[in-house]
Structure formats: structure tokens, C-alpha cells
Design a protein around this ligand. Structure first.
Ligand code: FAD
Ligand code: DHB
Length: 390
């Protein structure tokens, strides 16, 4: 089997890359270790930046997103029992965010690829990469048989635990990492969202977030210990804790409903550089992880895809390799700015271990500043709706 770009992983990075390359006349094959229904149902991120929405719409996979996505013009920061609205649209000259689940994006792009006879092999696990400096190929297991996919380039879109990043020699790869002493317990619940906009709450008992997926489905998160066992969190305990942390002076009401799904996600900041070695390029979670506060993971994966697509188009149309050689450097500036923002939002809104009254007052002062200074609110807003791509 042979193709121009061999893509490992059918998450947002691999799928959107395959779609954009196809629009430019570049062939690819996507190898995905899981079944199609598994990747189409995996509950993950939900907030799309303006630039991500524009890219999906302009590339022809935004019809359902435009119909079903919820456009939001602001978010609330809540602390000491009071909410403060950040008007994203007013502060950014007209930009907004859209709530549309990651697995819906995945479904839309899979549909578009298959309708265009694109090749996505599900249940196809990449086992190893060969000759990434010369004539690269991917060995993978499909229907019980080990096969070879020969290609010009390999795109490692196989997430944090994938096989592609470890192929870059440790003498070359630099890893920058921060592991946080907390995690998020997330639930999906069948109850209309208690607010029209997202609410990020700082409380002495820890962070809480109200988000949503549709006018009928809420998505809520609680800061918890990374060692926490989900079996210790009954639905009632989760709702009680959310009510405690999100309570307001004017008696805001959080109605509960059936919990459809729950899970605990650890939090880390991680950047691996360079994101290229020979003819291997790594994208998305394979190259970097942001803590979820700020909702940047999926959006950052899409911005890597945009950079690599342009570089590959340049190569195939003109033979020039400069943009490919600059791929890692071009991505890096945006990645670090997004890392900074996600780290800052996380630090402002979470309780660290053994925090004393000094730390508590610093959290409150920072929140007070962000919600009362137009300059500070503008900085939050322009990062939240998404920094420019170049
Ligand atoms: P992924 O979506 O991880 O896709 C990688 C794909 O590669 C997977 O389908 C995997 O099955 C496949 N794969 C791996 N190894 C192989 C192999 N050897 N062969 C073939 N295929 C392989 N971000 C937010 O902003 N907000 C959130 O609330 C949020 N929640 C999250 C919850 C969880 C549990 C996780 C893990 C992430 C969450 N994120 C969240 C981050 C966001 O979902 C990711 O940043 C985004 O999925 C990155 O896309 P990706 O395509 O790079 O990687
Ligand atoms: C969601 C996730 C986030 O990480 C965030 O900051 C906001 C919303 C969500 O899943 O809806």
C-alpha cells in the first residue's frame, strides 16, 4: 500500500489534516486503532475558537456545526458568591466561541472523508515506523495481518500515548512538562444548562465549571484529587459539591438530572520539541497537552494541522521544503502562548495543595482585577476566543 501522507490517528488532528490535504489534491491514508463508533462517541472537548469554526466552515464540513453549534458571546467568572461577565464579543471586536462537541466534529469530518472516497482504516493499529529519514513507512496490524503503508511523509496524530513521538531520538527531543496536583471530575447530564453561558468558578473547596452540549444537555466539571476514585463519587455527591462551590449570594439554582457519563481527567502541561524529525511530523496531543481550563486542546491541534497543510501544499506544488523545515518553529510560538494562557487560567481558578490565606487572597485579587480592568479582561478575551493563526 502506498500514499503521499500516512496519518496515524483519527482524532481531530488526523481527520482534519486528511480532509484539508484532500481539498488540495494531496492523498493520504488514516490509520486508527479503534473502531469507528468508538471515536465517534468519545466524550472530550466542547469549545471551538472562532478560527477553528471558520476553518471547518470554509473547508465545507461546517453545515451541522452552523445549525447545531451554540454561539456564545461571553463567559462568567464566579467567585465569592458573585458572577462577573466577560463580554468576549465586545472586547475582541466581534469574535465569539461555539459550543459543539469534539465527537460531532469527528463525525462530520469522517462523513466528508468517506463521501469523497477517502481512506480511513479503523481497527488498524500502527505498530512501528521505519526509515523516517529516507523512504518512510508505517507497519500496522489490520484484520489480523501486519501490513506496510509506504509514504512520502508521516503525520503522527496519535495523541499523547501514541507511538510516533517516541520515534524521535531522546538525544534530539526536549520535553517541557508540568503536572498539576489536581484533576477534573467531569459529568454529562441530561438537564438543561443552568446558565446560557459557561461559568468558571473559583471556590475555597476548589474549581467548578458549568458548560453544556445542547439546550437539553449540561457538561459540568469539579476540581478533585488526581488519586480520586470515581466510585467514591455518587451522582448526589457530585451535584451537592457543584451546588456548594457554585452557590451565589442571590441563591442561584442548579437543578440536577440523570448523569449520562462521568470520568476523571488528570491535568498536565506538556510540550515536546522539535515536532519534526526526518519525514515524521507530530501534531496535536502527540506533541503537546494543555490543562483543560481555557478549552484549548482541540483548537491547538487544528492550528498545527493548518501549518502542516500549508507546508505540504508548498512542497507538492513548488518543490520547496522551507515551510516543512520551519514547521516546528512556526507552531512553537502559538503553542507556547496557548500554554501560557491555559497555565494562567488553571493557576487563577484552582486551589493548590496547602494553600494559605495569602494564596487565597491572591486568587481573589487576580479575579477581581480581571473582571474590573478592561485591559485585563481584553487580554483574557482575546486568548479565549483564540489568538491569530500566524
Ligand atoms: P486524539 O483526539 O487523542 O486522537 C488520537 C487518535 O490516535 C485516537 O483516535 C487514538 O485512538 C489514535 N491512536 C493512538 N495510537 C494509535 C496507533 N498506534 N495506531 C493507530 N491509531 C492510534 N480538551 C479541551 O479543550 N477540553 C476538554 O474538556 C477536554 N477533555 C478531554 C478529556 C480527555 C479524557 C482527553 C484525553 C482529552 C481532553 N481534551 C480536552 C483534549 C482534547 O480532546 C485533545 O486536545 C484533542 O483530542 C487532540 O486531538 P488529537 O487528534 O491530537 O488527539
Ligand atoms: C469545556 C471544557 C473545557 O475545558 C472548558 O474550559 C470549557 C468547556 C467543555 O467540555 O464544555
Amino acid at each position: 500500500m502506498r500514499t503521499q501522507v500516512g496519518i496515524v490517528g483519527a482524532g481531530p488532528a488526523g481527520l482534519v489534516l486528511s480532509h484539508l490535504l484532500h481539498l488540495q489534491g494531496i492523498e493520504s491514508v488514516v490509520l486508527e486503532s479503534h473502531r469507528r463508533d468508538y471515536v465517534e462517541q468519545r466524550i472530550r472537548a466542547g469549545v471551538l475558537e472562532q478560527g477553528t469554526v471558520d476553518l471547518l466552515v470554509e473547508s465545507g464540513v461546517g453545515d451541522r456545526l452552523k445549525q447545531e453549534g451554540l454561539v456564545h458571546h461571553g463567559i462568567e467568572l464566579r467567585f465569592e458568591g458573585t458572577g462577573h461577565r466577560i463580554d468576549l464579543t465586545e472586547l475582541t471586536g466581534g469574535k465569539s466561541i461555539t459550543i459543539y462537541a469534539q465527537h460531532e466534529v469527528v463525525k462530520d469530518v469522517i462523513d466528508a472523508r468517506l463521501a469523497a472516497n477517502g481512506q480511513i482504516l479503523f481497527n488498524a493499529e500502527a505498530l512501528s515506523l521505519r526509515d523516517i529519514d529516507g523512504n518512510p513507512s508505517i507497519y500496522f496490524k489490520y484484520k489480523g495481518v501486519t501490513q506496510e503503508l509506504a509514504c512520502d511523509f508521516i503525520a503522527g496524530c496519535d495523541g499523547f500515548h501514541g507511538i510516533c513521538r517516541p520515534v524521535i531520538p531522546s538525544s534530539v527531543l526536549r520535553v517541557h512538562e508540568r503536572i498539576y496536583p489536581f484533576a477534573w471530575l467531569g459529568i454529562l447530564a441530561q438537564v438543561p444548562p443552568a446558565s446560557d453561558e459557561l461559568i468558571y468558578t473559583y471556590h475555597e473547596r476548589g474549581f467548578a465549571l458549568l458548560s453544556m452540549r445542547s439546550p437539553e444537555i449540561s457538561r459540568l466539571y469539579l476540581q478533585c484529587s488526581p488519586e480520586e476514585d470515581i466510585v467514591n463519587w455518587s451522582d448526589d455527591r457530585i451535584w451537592d459539591e457543584l451546588r456548594l462551590r457554585m452557590a451565589t449570594r442571590d441563591r442561584w439554582v442548579l437543578k440536577d438530572g440523570p448523569v449520562l457519563q462521568k470520568g476523571i481527567t488528570p491535568m498536565r502541561s506538556f510540550v515536546a520539541q522539535p515536532m519534526q524529525f526526518g519525514k515524521l511530523f507530530i501534531l496535536g496531543d502527540a506533541a503537546h497537552i494543555v490543562p483543560p481550563t481555557g478549552a484549548k486542546g482541540l483548537n491547538l491541534a487544528v492550528s498545527d494541522v493548518r501549518v502542516l497543510t500549508r507546508a505540504l501544499v508548498d512542497f507538492y506544488k513548488t518543490g520547496k521544503k522551507e515551510a516543512l523545515e520551519r514547521y516546528s518553529e512556526t507552531c512553537s510560538r502559538r503553542i507556547w502562548k496557548v500554554q501560557r494562557f491555559s497555565w494562567w487560567m488553571t493557576s487563577m481558578l484552582h486551589r493548590f495543595q496547602n494553600e494559605d490565606s495569602f494564596s487565597h487572597n491572591i486568587h481573589l485579587a487576580e479575579l477581581d482585577y480581571v473582571t474590573s480592568s478592561r485591559a485585563a479582561a481584553t487580554s483574557l478575551a482575546e486568548n479565549y476566543v483564540g489568538l491569530p493563526f500566524d
